[in-house]
Design a protein around this ligand. Structure first.
Ligand code: HPA
Length: 274
């Protein structure tokens, strides 16, 4: 019989604990081309996803596939260098399983990063958007199915998925460091195709500022688990319907890597000041 979610979490947790006894308080998910924050983690234990029970494998380009546990300043952190996406064929439960494991490890705050297409005309490529809210447009939900009340409530509140205090902290750091940052709404889709002009027009019309193929399922599970969440999007390409240029994934990775130093700086300072 398929194991229950709680048992799977415990299997993964036992394996991780056998490799590293640190209890991290901050979890970080490093998105497309943004894995270099890993270099800032000191005294780290690196665990490949393929060793962790019930973890999926990272198949997406720009995603390394390691769980890193260590310290940034005096903060104990666990970071996913590479995440799982619905477009890889993973179920919503598989995509969000690492968030459950992070929570079980002791994490209280989850920092999300991703590469996203910008639909707000005030944005430009390489800007950073602090996610203030999201629209789940994936057509699925990781909480569908029997609810384990010990993991979270059947009907979790979503009135403030992204923690306002942490948003303000990121803004203060960005201002101090001279990093251009916007606030905005992220719409999550499954991909893998980029959107049509009509879809970008629609997404912007319904209130989204940026679009991407990750984050939303993870944040739903993070909120279900009672975590505080902060989300940062790196705008890699502009998606303005009337002057749309073809998006090429290589360029997305390239722009994300060029924006990486400032995102890394922002996240590093945020961790130190949380
Ligand atoms: N859509 C459009 N552009 C993007 C995306 C997306 O999902 N991700 C990164 N750039």
């Amino acid at each position: 019989m398929e194991k229950r979610l709680k048992e799977k979490i415990n299997d993964a947790l036992s394996y991780i604990k056998s490799k590293c006894s640190l209890t991290p308080e901050i979890g970080i998910i490093l998105g497309t081309g943004l894995g270099k924050l890993a270099e800032k983690i000191e005294d780290k234990t690196v665990i490949s996803y393929d060793k962790i029970p019930h973890f999926a494998l990272s198949t997406a380009p720009g995603h390394a596939g390691n769980l890193l546990i260590g310290k940034i300043g005096d903060k104990k952190v666990v970071a996913m260098q590479g995440r799982f996406h619905l477009y890889e064929g993973y179920s919503p439960e598989e995509v969000t399983f690492p968030v459950r494991v992070m929570k079980a490890m002791g994490v209280k705050v989850l920092i999300e990063s991703n590469a996203a297409g910008g639909m707000n005309r005030n944005f430009k490529a390489r800007d950073i958007m602090i996610i203030t809210d999201h629209i789940n447009f994936t057509g699925v939900n990781p909480l569908i199915g029997p609810n384990d009340d010990t993991l979270g409530p059947r009907f979790p509140d979503m009135s403030e998925p992204y923690d306002e205090q942490l948003i303000e902290l990121v803004e203060r750091i960005a201002l101090r460091e001279g990093i251009r940052c916007h606030r905005g709404v992220y719409i999550g889709v499954t991909g893998p195709n980029f959107e049509t002009r009509a879809e970008y027009r629609f997404f912007h019309l319904i209130g989204a500022d940026a679009v991407g193929m990750s984050t939303v399922p993870e944040v739903i599970v993070a909120k279900h688990s009672g975590l505080r969440v902060v989300g940062l999007s790196c705008i890699t390409d502009m998606c303005i319907p009337d002057r749309l240029e073809p998006v090429d994934f290589k360029r997305v990775i390239d722009v994300a890597s060029r924006a990486e130093p400032k995102l890394t700086k922002l996240v590093e300072k945020l961790i130190r000041e949380i």
